[in-house]
Unconditional design. Structure first.
Length: 251
């Protein structure tokens, strides 16, 4: 979530260029798949003992952790008077992915799992690689940023590694359609309220992949191609796996 939607805040952020020390950043990124692996191992131990309720409880606990972290974030913003319309709203792609991940963990709905998978590994992961921070590290907001985004990515990895979810044939195009419909809605909001959700009106203050894609609006068009490429790559590991009816596994 980018709370720096107001012009004066963004100018300050561009001057500050808040960053995380490289060693710390690498450690954080490494911890995310490690945590997902621990979840997957725990899931397999539960499955081996046929403790199906425990398997569901593991997903519910992760969903609750993600939701709790998001609520803490909005409580922090509200306490500092930063939660004001039309700024600081949950209208970023990462916010949508967070909501999808919570529903995916609770329901294992195939479509929701697909959208959460692509959103987390092609979108939220990019936010982790090139974080657009608005306070110095390790402030509360920056730590919370990595916790929230990390939990979402770990959730996606856990669902596919444990075999409880997998993208189905045609999921790349469903994901692209959902992405563009969401971007169209957010772009309309940005137009009327002069905000910059999803960076549809300007690039983020801190360095990001968008810096390599040219000026506005060309970086938006280039991002479309990159999204398609990433979705396709993320689907490749599953292209030859057997199709299942409904939920991929687990309860």
């Amino acid at each position: 979530m980018d709370v720096l939607s107001r012009p004066f805040d963004r100018e300050q952020a561009m001057q500050a260029r808040f960053a995380v020390p490289a060693a710390v950043h690498i450690a954080i990124l490494s911890a995310i798949p490690l945590f997902a692996a621990v979840l997957t191992l725990t899931d397999r131990l539960i499955s081996a003992r046929s403790i199906f309720a425990g398997r569901r409880n593991l997903r519910v606990a992760l969903a609750a952790a993600i939701l709790s972290d998001a609520l803490v974030q909005y409580g922090y913003l509200a306490a500092h008077g930063w939660l004001t319309f039309p700024y600081s709203l949950p209208l970023e792609l990462c916010d949508a992915t967070l909501c999808l991940m919570i529903v995916a963990l609770l329901t294992l709905h195939p479509l929701i799992c697909e959208l959460a998978y692509y959103g987390a590994l092609a979108g939220t992961s990019m936010a982790l690689l090139t974080p657009d921070l608005w306070e110095t590290f390790p402030s509360f907001s920056t730590v919370q940023f990595f916790v929230m985004h990390g939990l979402v990515v770990a959730g996606a990895l856990y669902l596919v590694w444990s075999g409880q979810a997998r993208p189905r044939p045609g999921s790349v195009w469903r994901g692209m359609l959902a992405l563009n419909l969401f971007a169209a809605a957010i772009g309309t909001f940005d137009f009327f309220f002069s905000t910059n959700y999803m960076y549809l009106r300007a690039k983020p203050a801190n360095p990001s992949l968008l810096d390599l894609l040219g000026p506005w609006p060309w970086y938006i068009a280039a991002s479309e191609g990159i999204a398609l490429g990433l979705f396709t790559l993320l689907y490749l590991p599953f292209r030859h796996t057997p199709r299942t009816n409904g939920k991929a596994g687990g309860v």
